[in-house]
Design a protein around this ligand. Structure first.
Ligand SMILES: Cc1ncc(C[n+]2csc(CCOP(=O)(O)OP(=O)(O)O)c2C)c(N)n1
Ligand SMILES: [Mg+2]
Length: 740
């Protein structure tokens, strides 16, 4: 006769259920009760917040109602502070189950200084809990997905390069605790409407191609505000559309049933932990409370449809389930709910008493509070190679182009910092590695060859090609940097940076500020910029740096010569802020501004201009490819008219060197701002405004600007010459100013 063994993990009551054939996918009674507690707590926080909003004690509300079973189920398969989480705003139950408290959530609702997610900077339901690995989230739908991909890639990378996780004093690594687990997974969630965002599809591409341990959860409540799912998703079912992506594990489940959802998560998470590939859970849920408090769904959903949804409410369903299965009786349910209510009341009372943040704190954490890239720590002398005197006794070290020195700087930094990875379009020597290994080909290394030889030297997991998708590049890099890697990515042409604009405006530069310094993503984006190419035309000649200097939190650098490019790039890589590093294509191989390699530690601090030509009669403020043109004009002016123009190369656009500008203008009393971008609303407008505002009494003439015409750069060289500022235009502008 068979004897029944008792499973030590199960209690007597569980054992009884198991014998009756009711295993609930392996969940114990206590786990089911705990799941209900989390779900009920989540719903009641929403209800309390709605009340508080109506009483004008909080300023916004976004509910997770109808989605609670997903969070409760997911948290039973994922580990807080071990796995990584990129949730969206309807994941309150998940965050509670992982360890966030109702009080912490309410602190965000009231906008308290002690709100651990943002210190009063973000709306409620924008979760961020550093200790739990719940990464700061934002409001744009879908912008978290590519970052989750980068986060998962970082985990995989660190498992292969464990040394890279070590602390290192003297650069950004000193301030970043890096942890990883060999079998960690990354959770990312989104709504049904959000699957229409291009970034979702860009993420599937990389998750599938790199078989990343990412668990997607699509919380399908059939609406995106008022737009129903069939408008977003051809055929109305996202599972059918994504089914062709290789190496994914797919689940489609009733997301209002915590037991079935748990089972779907368990299988999906196991698949990812075993490193078989990514998984995607499509969970069908309901949205009983309209989109948000600003929306009234009765305007676009008839009662019949809403009643049909209500019959699937996960809270009542789970409550009925617990009673029906004899796991809790009505008294037990009442007790649990009362306990939740009592705890919530205490949390609400405390949160309403919480102190608000101080207005003086608003500028804190726009940039790293730890490392100042304008400081002396980033100022070092060049160490040029020793002069080779063995042959003719006279040889000086060979001057190199800007392209050469950027390549050498990247190489030396890759050697120095194992956290550094390089990717972008065409940056690898050859994606088909075997060709490289068999030495069948030389390798490409970038359309401008700036990354040539780096994949061959450092391997394909440190230097690799991205898909042709700019948001993919910047979004993934941001996720990697959040984990502590240092991606130095390339955008092939400035003209094509725009698909990444959401990441560049709403994500990367905001992460530190919006999380109140709980998260940061220091990285470098190298971008080939500018015209004067003869034939570059509209789409290979654009500037537009002022669009980025307008973004707080982003450093913007624009060198004009090889030596500065090397020194500034090194500062960009070692510093603790995100940097947009603009490289002028025309200057890559120009004879102007060549230099021998200044050695592996040469750095130029940000925010320090260089006086290229000293002068006393007028000041010319410029940067980038206008520098050599302005120098030519200044030399002619002196030659022909003995007028001495002081030429300032800003080098760094944000921060910029006000001191050097002010000292020069006070000396010359005349100033011209010159830039390659279109004249109106450009970078020079801000510089001119500041000079007019702060140096008015030192001016003997109005501030002048020389820049491109307010049009596009044309293909025909005659037109290009007429559109972009030439040495002749600069000469004329300087002369007129001197004569004013
Ligand atoms: C990029 C972007 N566009 C528009 C919005 C405004 N918006 C906020 S939520 C939302 C609907 C999202 O629907 P879905 O993804 O289905 O998630 P749900 O709210 O239904 O859970 C919209 C349009 C936004 N936040 N971000
Ligand atoms: Mg939806």
């Amino acid at each position: 006769m068979a004897t029944t063994k008792t499973d030590p993990k199960l209690g007597v009551a569980d054992e009884r259920l198991k014998r009756a054939g009711k295993t609930y996918q392996g969940l114990t009674r206590q786990q089911l009760i705990d799941a209900y507690r989390v779900m009920y707590t989540s719903r009641r926080i929403d209800d309390r917040e709605i009340l508080l909003k109506r009483q004008q004690k909080i300023y916004f509300q976004m509910s997770s109602a109808g989605h609670e079973a997903i969070g409760a189920a997911a948290a039973m398969t994922l580990k807080a502070g071990y796995d990584w989480f990129y949730p969206y705003y309807r994941d309150r139950a998940l965050c509670l189950a992982l360890g966030a408290t109702p009080y912490e959530m309410l602190l965000q609702a009231v906008g308290a200084a002690d709100d651990p997610s943002s210190g009063g900077r973000q709306m409620p339901s924008h979760w961020a809990y550093n200790k739990l690995n719940i990464v700061t989230q934002s409001s744009p739908t879908g912008s978290q997905i590519l970052q989750a991909i980068g986060c998962a890639e970082a985990g995989v990378y660190l498992a292969r390069h464990a040394e890279a996780a070590k602390k290192f004093d003297g650069d950004y690594r000193q301030y970043k605790d890096v942890t990883f687990r060999g079998d960690e997974v990354t959770y990312v969630s989104l709504g049904d409407g959000t699957t229409s965002e291009g970034e979702f599809w860009e993420s599937l591409n990389t998750a599938s191609n790199s078989r990343l341990p990412v668990v997607y959860c699509i919380e399908d409540n059939e609406y995106a505000i008022s737009v129903p799912v069939e408008v977003q998703t051809p055929g109305g079912n996202i599972s059918r559309l994504v089914a062709g992506f290789p190496d994914f594990h797919f689940e489609e489940v009733d997301g209002t049933d915590p037991v079935a959802t748990y089972a779907a998560f368990r299988r999906s998470v196991e698949y990812c932990r075993a490193r078989k590939g990514p998984s995607l859970i499509h969970a069908h849920v309901i949205r009983p409370y309209s989109h948000s408090l600003s929306d009234d769904e009765r305007l676009y959903r008839p009662d019949l449809e809403r009643q049909r949804d209500a019959a699937r409410d996960p809270i009542t369903r789970t409550q009925m389930f617990l009673i029906r299965e004899g796991i809790l009786d009505e008294k037990g349910i009442n007790q649990l709910e009362k306990q939740v209510e009592d705890e919530l009341q205490i949390a609400v009372d405390r949160a309403l008493e919480a102190r608000p943040p101080q207005p003086e704190s608003i500028e804190l954490y726009v940039y790293s509070p730890y490392l100042d890239p304008t400081s002396a720590a980033f100022d070092s002398q060049p160490a040029f190679p020793r002069v080779d005197v063995s042959n003719d006794g006279k040889k000086a070290p060979a001057p190199k182009t800007m392209a050469d020195l950027i390549n050498s700087t990247l190489r030396d930094e890759m050697k120095r910092d194992e956290r550094m990875v390089i990717f972008g379009e065409d940056v690898a020597d050859c994606s088909r590695e075997e060709y490289l290994k068999q030495k069948l080909i030389k390798g490409k290394g970038g359309v401008f060859k700036l990354t040539a030889g780096l994949q061959a030297e450092f391997g394909s997991d440190r230097v690799f090609n991205s898909p042709l998708a700019e948001a993919n590049i910047v979004g993934r890099a941001t996720g990697m940097a959040t984990r502590g890697l240092k991606p130095v990515v390339e955008i092939q042409f400035f003209d094509y940076i725009w698909p990444a604009m959401l990441q560049l405006r709403d994500e990367l530069p905001v992460i530190r500020w919006r999380s109140n310094n709980a998260f940061s993503s220091p990285l470098v984006i190298r971008v080939a910029i500018g015209g004067y190419l003869t034939g570059g035309a509209i789409y290979h000649s654009q500037c537009g740096e002022s669009i980025f200097t307008h973004i707080p939190g982003l450093r913007v650098i624009f060198p004009s010569n090889a030596l500065d490019a090397a020194g500034l790039l090194r500062t960009a890589i070692r510093c603790d802020d995100p940097v947009l590093f603009l490289e002028h294509k025309r200057l890559y191989r120009e004879a102007y501004g060549r230099s021998p390699y200044p050695g592996p530690d040469y750095m130029v601090p940000f925010g320090k201009a260089k006086i290229v030509n000293p002068g006393t009669d007028l000041t010319v403020i410029t940067y980038g490819a206008v520098v050599p043109r302005a120098l030519q004009a200044a030399q002619r002016l002196e030659r022909e008219h003995q007028i001495k123009a002081e030429l300032i190369d800003l080098r760094s656009l944000n921060p910029f060197d006000w001191e050097t500008i002010a000292a020069s203008v006070k000396k010359t009393n005349r100033v011209l701002v010159a830039y390659e971008d279109t004249l109106s609303w450009g970078y020079g407008a801000e510089i001119s405004a500041r000079i007019a505002e702060h140096l008015f009494e030192h001016l003997d003439a109005p501030v002048r600007r020389v820049a491109a015409k307010d049009t596009f750069v044309a293909y025909q060289p005659i037109l290009e010459d007429a559109i972009l500022p030439q040495a002749q235009d600069l000469y004329r502008g300087m002369k007129q100013l001197a004569e004013f």
